[in-house]
Write a protein that binds this ligand. Structure first.
Ligand code: NAP
Length: 257
């Protein structure tokens, strides 16, 4: 797939973690990538890393949770690269809160970033994605919610399932503009965010994955790049789990047999 060369790509939540991996993969394929997040220092480090590897990237300090913030992200991509061909709506948070004590504020925060932030960013980018003629939207959902559950993440899982509900209707509405909308569903990916959950979480997750390792951020980046490619132009409204087979075993015995 050499066909992403010179495409203008926005990756939200690209200052670290999965978004940074997605940005690195797109840049390695010749795309021009707008790195979006709030942490300017981390954003500058991501740009420096991409440029050192021969890629093109710019940082924009943007917050996806407000209409003005989303509009400024789209405007920054136009100013930097002349338009928008691909939006990777990846910014997300996953703080834990048990259902019996969860507050309104905890529920609202996760929905505001993960669902409203996605909606606002997609909407802000639509005029330029329509102009592209082959616009691509790639949403970072999760296996958590659409397929699996984990204690402490009832609100988070609900947001990740909500993203897929959004995707299916958006894919129909945007088809007439040649825009496809698809989602990557990461399993347990080695990121700073995941590391913050502690070593026990990572070790226990790896043990139940048939491929016996956590995913890398590039594993997600390659799937996102495929959805963004011309070769995937007839695929829309689809959700792809990238999880090393984590959701497959019916029981622990399935891994031992
Ligand atoms: P992470 O390491 O915590 O990174 C989150 C990114 O989102 C950061 O770049 C952060 O940037 C950005 N962000 C958060 N709030 C934002 C806001 N309001 N506006 C703009 N950017 C914001 O998390 P991650 O593990 O890479 O997760 C990225 C995505 O993958 C999320 O949607 C998550 O649900 C999904 N996911 C992750 C895993 C996993 O195993 N790690 C599994 C399934 C799905 P700043 O702090 O600079 O703003």
């Amino acid at each position: 797939m050499s066909s992403l060369r010179n495409k203008s790509v926005i990756v939200t939540g690209a200052t670290r973690g999965i978004g940074k991996g997605i940005a690195r993969v797109f840049a390695s394929k010749g795309a021009k990538v707008l790195i979006v997040g709030r942490d300017a220092q981390a954003g500058a480090a991501t740009v420096a890393e991409i440029e050192k590897a021969g890629g093109t990237a710019k940082f924009f300090a943007g917050n996806v949770t407000t209409r003005a913030g989303a509009a400024s992200i789209a405007a920054a991509a136009v100013a930097a690269f002349g338009g928008i061909d691909v939006l990777c709506a990846n910014a997300g948070i996953f703080p834990a809160a048990k259902l019996d004590t969860m507050t309104d504020a905890q529920w609202d925060e996760v929905f505001t970033v993960n669902v409203k932030g996605m909606f606002l960013t997609v909407q802000a980018c639509l005029p330029e994605l329509k102009k592209s003629g082959a616009g691509r939207i790639v949403i970072t959902s999760s296996i958590t919610g659409p397929i699996t559950g984990f204690p402490g993440w009832s609100h988070y899982g609900a947001t990740k399932a909500a993203q897929l509900g959004f995707m299916r209707t958006a894919a129909i509405e945007l088809a007439k503009f040649g825009i496809t909308v698809n989602a990557v569903l990461p399993g347990n990916i080695a990121t700073e965010g995941l590391a913050a959950l502690g070593p026990d979480y990572a070790a226990s997750a790896a043990a139940i994955i048939p491929l016996k390792r956590l995913g890398s951020v590039e594993d997600i980046g390659h799937a996102a790049a495929f959805f963004a490619s011309p070769e995937a132009g007839y695929i829309t409204g689809q959700a792809l789990a990238i999880d090393g087979g984590q959701v497959l075993p019916e029981s622990p015995q399935a891994l031992e047999a």
